[in-house]
Design a binder for this molecule. Structure first.
Ligand code: SF4
Ligand code: SF4
Length: 266
């Protein structure tokens, strides 16, 4: 990317960047326009953050089919693809002299684990979709088969358009809630201490200590580092609340008119 301060060049560059990386959905938004809660704003991530660039990669419908080992391999490859795009985008911005960082870390807040920034909520704010009762983004193009990545930068950039949402979003059918084998989901809330992706990541004998750390460790020295180390060992033990969603298996006919176009500049 070149041409700091020349926004049309920025937009062409960012469009080319995502096209080259085979990413069809993205949004560029001003950091101050996001409705993030205190402590989880782009400015809490990078002081003087100006812009957040979000993107979504389409998940293969068979991502969660196969044996546990096969699923883990496929999910890891998918997440690595997102990380590569984030890293390449950061490198491009840094080459221009702008601080930039991928949004990956998690924090302890209110006795639970949260993303440093909620990518789903930021993406919804940025016009990339709506949040379903399973707390995941439902996008016009990919339904709930979308994996999100994001970069925060001090570079000021022109925003992409935020289209009025006319998509078939969450229909509150409760299929995701009923599908959860641990009853961890209620409408819009998740009990992380029951979710298999958390319990499956911590050996049984360590759960009392780790869960106590999650509940009360917010102010411990190095709590963020410890938490992010634990998060890096997270396993993908379950995706039932995702694959049970009718928007995970969206048929192409209702999305056909939304394919083939990138978000235009504002
Ligand atoms: S990932 Fe599985 S265990 Fe966790 S909330 Fe979803 S359905 Fe429940
Ligand atoms: S399964 Fe139903 S309630 Fe859950 S997110 Fe999908 S559409 Fe919404």
């Amino acid at each position: 990317m070149t041409g700091a301060g020349t926004s049309s060049t920025d937009m062409e560059d960012i469009s080319r960047f995502f096209r080259d990386h085979d990413i069809e959905e993205y949004a560029v938004v001003s950091a101050s326009s996001l409705h993030a809660p205190v402590g989880r704003r782009p400015g809490d991530f990078i002081p003087s953050a100006q812009t957040m660039i979000l993107f979504g990669a389409e998940m293969d419908e068979r991502l969660f089919s196969g044996t546990n080992d096969e699923i883990s391999l496929k999910v890891r490859a998918f997440l690595n693809k997102i990380r590569r795009v984030e890293d390449d985008l950061c490198s491009a911005l840094q080459r221009e002299g702008f601080e930039a960082s991928p949004v990956r870390s998690v924090i302890l807040q209110g006795g639970t684990i949260k993303g440093m920034l909620s990518l789903a909520h930021c993406a919804a704010d940025a016009g990339l979709g709506v949040i379903g009762d399973n707390r995941l983004l439902i996008s016009p193009r990919f339904g709930s088969r979308i994996g999100l990545g994001a970069v925060v930068t001090i570079k000021k950039m022109e925003e992409t358009l935020r289209p009025e949402s006319s998509i078939e979003g969450c229909n509150h059918c409760n299929k995701c809630i009923r599908a959860c084998p641990e009853h961890a989901l209620a409408q819009g809330t998740l009990d992380i201490f029951s979710c298999r992706n958390v319990t499956g990541s911590v050996p049984g004998f360590m759960r009392p200590v780790v869960f106590r750390f999650i509940r009360f460790g917010e102010r411990f020295p190095f709590s963020r580092q410890i938490l992010n180390f634990l998060a890096s060992r997270k396993v993908n033990a379950c995706a039932d609340c995702l694959v049970s969603c009718p928007r995970f298996h969206g048929d192409d006919s209702d999305r056909a008119d939304q394919r083939g176009g990138r978000r235009t500049v504002g």
